[in-house]
Design a protein around this ligand. Structure first.
Ligand code: TXA
Ligand code: MG
Length: 338
């Protein structure tokens, strides 16, 4: 048990977090996407502590966060032409590139794979902690494995209090969904493993739309035992205790469906659901706002002991695709098409 310290995002707070990390400890830090649970990526023992604190399966690799652009070349082998084009455009930012790894990245960090996910976060506090530390930081989202990712300090406190020595306060995350994860195939096409704020359309704009592929796991359930490009895709994710269902259809159809299935502990995005109206998240909100608020809404269901939540279906393009991908996993792929 730790007496978890909340550190301010000041030079002193950042120094204290870096000190913990340099000594092989772990600490939660803000990024622009979600809070991360960080450890020295080059230290196997420190990375093992991350898996323990999160309750994360050990075959699920950790993303390596760098604080300077050139560091891509320190940890990745053979950065392809399109990888470099995308890195130049979107780094620092909410993009993770899975590339062949250099030996310096331990197997514990890469989940036993011969690749490494590299991300250069745009968040200034994250950059400051990494650079003060002098090591790249392995960091998964700072939630308990399976629960919604943390996008506010209170979320991290809820999941990690007592489990880690420190949390750096970075307020609320501006993006709200985790980074876009992609890799490259033998023809140097980008294969999106997890959609995010950097959209397929954005990526196509840089390397050509014919060079962008969405992995099937983005919108479909990966069959039990099937080999997946990204191990994280096979786990149930982001789930509140309530059963989550996506309703695909018109606004009127949705409202009718929710009214017909109303009951105690049942929540929907409708105005007259006074106990927890999350209607503003879906009707009239931009996909960017949905992304920013989604995990907070999912956590809010637990706070209200929800039993069942009906969500309208987000747009399946642009940033909406990232919202849809997270919601699908929260719903265990349960979609009702009206
Ligand atoms: O925005 C983010 O990416 C946040 C912040 C903290 O940076 N991090 C994050 O990490 O979401 P995590 O561990 O919760 O999700 C990383 C995803 C997992 O699905 C994992 O399987 C995949 O990326 N991944 C990481 N390294 C990989 C690799 N070498 N090959 C394939 N997939 C990889
Ligand atoms: Mg995660």
């Amino acid at each position: 048990m730790y007496d978890t310290k909340i550190l301010p995002p000041t030079p002193e707070g950042i120094r204290e977090a870096a000190e913990i990390l340099r000594n092989g400890g772990i600490a939660a830090i803000p990024t622009e996407t979600v809070y991360g649970l960080a450890a020295n990526a080059l230290d196997e023992n420190a990375c093992r502590e991350i898996f323990k604190a999160k309750g994360r399966p050990s075959d699920n690799p950790l993303i390596v966060h760098i604080g300077r652009f050139e560091d891509i070349y320190k940890y990745a082998e053979g950065v392809s032409g399109n990888a470099l084009r995308l890195a130049r455009e979107f780094m620092p930012g909410p993009l993770t590139m899975v590339l062949p790894k250099k030996d310096i990245i331990p197997a514990v960090t890469s989940g036993g794979l011969d690749t490494v996910g590299i991300r250069f976060p745009a968040n200034k506090t994250a950059q400051a902690v990494i650079n003060e530390c002098g090591y790249p930081l392995a960091a998964p989202s700072a939630n308990l494995s399976g629960s919604p990712s943390p996008t506010a300090l209170s979320h991290v406190v809820r999941d990690m209090s007592g489990r880690i020595p420190a949390i750096v306060d970075g307020g609320c995350c501006t993006v709200g969904v985790e980074s876009t994860v992609l890799t490259f195939d033998e023809r140097d096409r980008a294969v999106i493993l997890r959609p995010g704020f950097v959209t397929p359309e954005d990526i196509g704009g840089i390397i050509g739309e014919d060079n962008v592929i969405c992995s099937a796991g983005v919108t479909e359930r990966v069959a039990e035992g099937e080999r997946v490009l990204s191990p994280g895709m096979k786990y149930k994710h982001y789930a509140p205790k309530a059963n989550v269902t996506i309703i695909e259809g018109s606004y009127d159809g949705y409202v009718e469906y929710v009214a017909a299935h109303n009951g105690s502990g049942v929540f929907g995005a409708v105005e007259d659901n006074r106990s927890y109206p999350f209607s503003s998240l879906f009707w009239g909100a931009s996909p960017e706002e949905q992304a920013r608020r989604l995990f907070d809404v999912l956590r809010g269901l637990d706070d209200r002991n929800a039993v069942q939540a009906y969500f309208p279906c987000p747009e399946k393009k642009g940033v909406g695709l990232a919202v849809y991908n997270r919601l699908l996993r929260a719903a265990g792929f349960e979609v009702i098409r009206l």
